[in-house]
Design a protein around this ligand. Structure first.
Ligand code: ADP
Length: 316
């Protein structure tokens, strides 16, 4: 078992002000989060801003103690055996912590020393970690001369020195351009496959989550859904029809009683999960055509999984 989290809860003690707004007294940032990671898979912690991803991340990296519940990483209790947990994990925070004035090799050497690695063993581990992230030719470059994507890879290489079993990355693609984002996920997948490392990365990008083996979907501090991406979408069944209408509320109440339909109205859009979208579109055009400005249909996506589980649109 790589992670076992049971009923994790956390509420920040102080009220917060967003911009010039009023003081907000906090709701729980995490509220009864339970999940397990049994195998070394590529896992996305998916959720919009404020859903609790970073708080869960801080707990799993032993920076924050849960106020309720408990968790283990690789069999070690996060609170009782924090040091042992830290030996099992590699962590990449949102903010880069590389020393920009040093070379990649110097950064890795300092980090290796902190893990008690020295001499030939350290040189060997640095070479291996650099190879894993295709950074061998950059080892003697100053960090400040590297692109954002290369820096992120250097940071990941640094976390690999002590051969962790679980890699935890907080929004690793934030600030990267689309090509660097794609490359980053290619390397994360490669590490998971070739090194057998479990990778848990938080993201608010649906396309990144869709390529993972398993999703933990967060909403307002709770785990709204979890599962592999395709089955999560397939479990919704059928298709989704979005109907733009200036009488959306009325149209919603016409459709809601129909068996097998899951109907929600958001602003001027009626959203219907139904077993047969073409039939619904045909029938509605005939019966309520004058109420309807536009109709679209699609197979269920992760955005629909999120909506189904939370009743909210996914707003990253
Ligand atoms: P995410 O990473 O998904 O954006 P967070 O875990 O950062 O979510 O935030 C979850 C909730 O906790 C939000 O309501 C946020 O405002 C609140 N929060 C996060 N950090 C702090 C903090 N240091 N002090 C007070 N409230 C916080």
């Amino acid at each position: 078992m790589i992670v076992r989290a049971e009923s994790l809860g956390y509420r920040y003690p102080v009220p917060r002000r967003r911009g010039n707004g009023p003081l907000v007294f906090p709701k729980p940032a995490l509220n009864g989060v339970t999940f397990q990671v049994e195998e070394p898979r590529l896992i996305a912690l998916l959720g919009p801003n404020g859903s609790g991803k970073s708080t869960l991340f801080r707990i799993l990296t032993t920076l924050l103690s849960p106020q309720t519940g408990r968790a283990e990483v690789c069999g070690f209790d996060l609170q009782r055996d924090a040091l042992a947990v830290r030996r099992q994990i590699g962590v990449v925070f949102q903010e880069s912590s590389l020393d920009r004035k040093l070379t990649v090799r110097e950064n890795l050497t300092c980090a290796g020393n902190l893990y008690g690695l020295q001499g030939v063993a350290l040189v060997k581990r640095i070479d291996q970690a650099a190879q894993q992230m295709d950074l061998s030719s950059r080892l003697d470059h100053d960090v400040q001369t590297l692109s954002g994507g290369l820096r992120r890879r250097a940071e990941i290489a640094r976390t690999l020195l002590h051969q962790p079993r679980l890699l935890l990355l907080d929004e690793p693609s934030s600030g990267l351009d689309p090509l660097a984002r794609r490359e980053l996920w290619h390397y994360l997948r490669r590490l998971q496959v070739t090194e057998g490392v479990a990778v848990l990365a938080s993201t608010h990008f649906l396309d990144e989550a869709a390529q993972c083996d398993w999703l933990l979907i967060m909403h307002e501090g709770r785990l709204a859904a979890q599962g592999a991406p395709d089955p999560l979408c397939e479990d919704l069944g059928g298709e989704v029809v979005e109907i733009v209408s200036d009488r959306a509320a009325e149209l919603g109440s016409v459709l809601a009683p129909r068996a097998g339909f899951h109907v929600a109205v958001v602003d001027d859009v009626v959203r219907v999960e139904c077993p047969n979208a073409p039939a619904l579109i045909g029938n509605l055009s005939a019966s309520h055509g004058e109420w309807i400005q536009e109709m679209r249909m699609h197979r269920p996506s992760l955005a629909d999984v999120y909506f189904h589980a939370t009743g909210d649109l996914f707003r990253p």
